[in-house]
Design a protein around this ligand. Structure first.
Ligand code: MGD
Ligand code: MGD
Ligand code: MO
Length: 611
């Protein structure tokens, strides 16, 4: 039985049996507004969340509708906003009062909860404290240190929150400096998607958009915790469920958001107290058992197809689609046939009957969406599982039609977009000829380091410097007990951050915290107020304008920090117009459009089209 557990000073985990959303959501949000001492004007900011004239949520990458609701945010998104626009500050005085070894005794939650960083800080060895420095001093020393080492021994990590503009510039920073060492958070997240989908369907991202939810007849939902990780999707799921669309879920845990949902924004849901049942069939698959489960479903479909009559006349398989658009079908069929039921039941932890029930629902639906998250991606065999899922979709032609397709739910708010504009360790994924022609850069030829390889090389001592654009990497990598001691031996650690975190405490010999503006803050540059942009989980781009006064007058924008670092660290000549870009971000967008015209043509104009 679940019991209340104490996790830290004032954190506890309690069992929860209500619906996702509902009054609990509202109470919890009000509490977080108070805890972060957000003034009333801050609460008003929420009305701008995920709106075309407002800002894009910093919490997750779920799609933003063209026709938004009055409150186009969820409980967690609102909390992420209050977390960023909090009135609490981590100032030079805070660091004067707390040495790094003192702060190491704090838990991770309380480090971030201390508030927004206000000044650039450098770790001082004699006092073991972070001490305020001038920006110019910081850039000069970081540049000098980076120029002093071989380019392959420096790493430029990105967490998935920086804008398209910043990410594009950051990619060029690394390449002008001399490496492709651009690991990012998606290496720990949807890396398997980025490998599996191009091999299977030729694109690295999902094929569904929000529209598909209104046309779908059935949703298969694997290993994603919608109620916590992308709660706004509950609206789409709720609407589909109310239309009678079956939702077939595979998850070892009964996640509340997948069981039932009361929309906190709907008076009817809140007052009548009848949450919508989300999942129609809940399959508590064994962890790692999805491939077996999917093969079981495929096996049933093949059986049904044979029973349905003449080959080529089947209503179970989309034979026309299969022959026109797929290859290797016979091999897949043979593999499904060769897998016996005992193996499927053992590996999936599900009965043949349960999988037959899922298969029958699938066989009767015209257009089916396949949604998945970390429950599939973060497994050793994740690529295999995702490709098996794609095969299941292809069996009935469920790719490339309205209401059908594959929908990986991406994590951080711009993680997908960063990849689109060049954050990748793989040189073949960037248009090197364009970068040469437009910016005079010779893209380094060698493959760079991904997150795992960067950690391996930190452990073996060959990486000497790391710059983090957001993130809390020593905590985010699973093997932090291996990485932490090695991290402390780095020559240079630089973190561009909004909030203090553990990684800043596990510092190198020379260590900087460079505090930046958050996306919700007003960004004033020479040419006026600036906007930034991001890509959502369904491949749509959105503009985002800051709404509140910056947490401190000493903060710089991420674009400015990246450009100053780039200028200070450059080891080769380029024609990158760093200062022009910082004074007017629309010029960065023009350069993104020139580099990737297929996706970003007329970017500055199209960016503000709702949805
Ligand atoms: N507010 C807020 N929202 C966020 C983030 C944040 O920092 N703050 N982070 C974002 C990021 S980066 C990401 S990647 C997403 C993550 O969002 P999700 O993809 O939802 O990942 P998890 O929250 O880890 O939930 C994984 C689910 O998979 C299930 N599962 C585990 N193993 C298996 C298995 O073998 N098979 C199946 N079928 N299921 C399994 C688990 O029970 C769980 O329900 O959240 C994003 N959303
Ligand atoms: N234990 C555990 N480990 C995990 C996961 C997990 O769920 N549990 N999830 C995995 C997954 S899916 C992912 S994607 C990774 C994510 O791992 P990371 O990329 O390390 O991301 P976060 O931990 O979200 O980073 C949080 C920090 O980002 C900074 N930050 C916030 N907003 C901004 C901003 O606008 N700009 C800048 N420059 N900095 C900002 C803040 O200072 C904050 O402390 O972790 C992976 N590792
Ligand atoms: Mo993630």
């Amino acid at each position: 039985m679940a019991r209340t557990r104490k996790l830290g000073r004032d954190l506890e985990v309690k069992p929860f049996t209500g619906a996702a959303g509902g009054w609990g959501s509202v109470k919890s949000l009000l509490k977080s507004l108070g805890r972060d001492r957000v003034p009333f004007s801050g609460a008003r900011v929420l009305l701008k969340q995920n709106k075309t004239d407002g800002f894009m949520c910093v919490s997750c990458a779920w799609a933003k509708p063209a026709d938004p609701r009055v409150f186009e945010f969820c409980e967690n998104g609102a909390k992420a906003t209050t977390w960023e626009i909090t009135n609490k500050r981590v100032t030079p005085e805070f660091f004067a009062d707390h040495s790094v070894s003192d702060l190491e005794k704090w838990d991770d939650h309380h480090l971030e909860a201390a508030g927004r960083l206000t000044h650039p800080m450098r770790w001082d060895e004699t006092t073991d404290k972070y001490v305020a420095v001038e920006w110019a001093t910081a850039f000069e020393e970081i540049g000098r240190e980076l120029r002093a080492i071989a380019p392959e021994s420096a790493v430029f990590y990105t967490s998935g929150r920086a804008s398209l503009e910043t990410a594009f510039m950051y990619g060029l920073l690394a390449r002008a400096y001399g490496n492709n060492n651009l690991p990012d958070s998606s290496n720990m997240c949807h890396e398997t998607t980025s490998v599996a989908l191009p091999e299977s369907i030729g694109v690295p991202v999902g094929t569904c958009t929000l529209d598909d939810f209104s046309h779908t007849d059935c949703i298969f939902f694997f290993g994603q915790n919608v109620g916590t990780s992308s709660p706004r999707m509950l609206h789409e799921l709720q609407e589909a469920a109310k239309r009678g669309v079956p939702i077939v879920t595979f998850n070892p845990l009964r996640e509340r958001g997948l069981v039932e949902f009361a929309n906190p924004q709907s008076p009817a849901d809140m007052l009548i107290k009848s949450p919508t049942r989300i999942t129609s069939q809940y399959h508590q698959v064994k962890a790692g058992g999805d491939t077996a489960a999917i093969m079981g479903i495929a096996k049933v479909l093949f059986d049904l197809d044979e029973k349905a009559g003449l080959p080529g006349k089947s209503s179970v398989l989309d034979t026309e689609f299969i022959s026109e658009h797929t290859h290797g079908f016979e091999a897949f069929k043979a593999a499904a046939k060769a897998t016996d039921w005992q193996q499927i039941e053992n590996r999936s932890g599900l009965t043949r009957g349960a999988l037959e029930a899922a298969a029958v629902v699938y066989a009767h639906a015209k257009s089916v969406m396949f949604i998945y998250g970390m429950g599939l991606t973060q497994h050793k065999k994740g690529v295999e599982t995702i490709q098996t899922l794609v095969n299941l979709a292809l069996m009935r032609g469920n790719i490339g039609r309205p209401g059908a397709g594959i929908c990986p739910v991406r994590g951080h708010s711009n993680v997908q977009g960063q990849r689109t504009v060049g954050i990748t360790e793989k040189p073949e994924q960037v248009p090197a000829d364009k970068l040469k022609q437009l910016f005079g850069i010779d893209t380094p030829k060698g493959k760079g380091l991904n997150t795992v390889e960067a950690c391996e090389k930190i452990i073996d001592g060959s990486v000497r410097a790391i710059v983090l654009l957001g993130g809390n990497l020593v905590r985010a990598v699973p093997e932090h007990r291996l990485v932490e001691p090695a991290w402390r031996k780095l020559r240079l650690t630089v973190q561009i951050l909004t909030k203090l975190n553990r990684t800043a405490l596990v510092h190198g010999e020379i260590s900087y915290i460079l505090p930046c503006l958050g996306r919700i803050e007003i960004d004033q540059q020479v040419s006026g107020l600036q906007a930034v942009s991001m890509e959502d989980s369904t491949g749509c781009m959105h503009g985002s304008r800051g709404q509140v006064k910056p947490a401190s007058s000493h903060l710089l924008s991420e674009t400015r920090i990246v450009s100053e670092l780039a200028k200070a660290a450059a080891t080769s000549r380029s024609t990158i117009p760093w200062d022009d870009w910082v004074s007017d971000y629309s010029k960065v967008r023009d350069s993104i459009a020139a580099t990737y015209p297929d996706i970003f043509h007329d970017f500055n104009a199209r960016l503000w089209i709702p949805g």
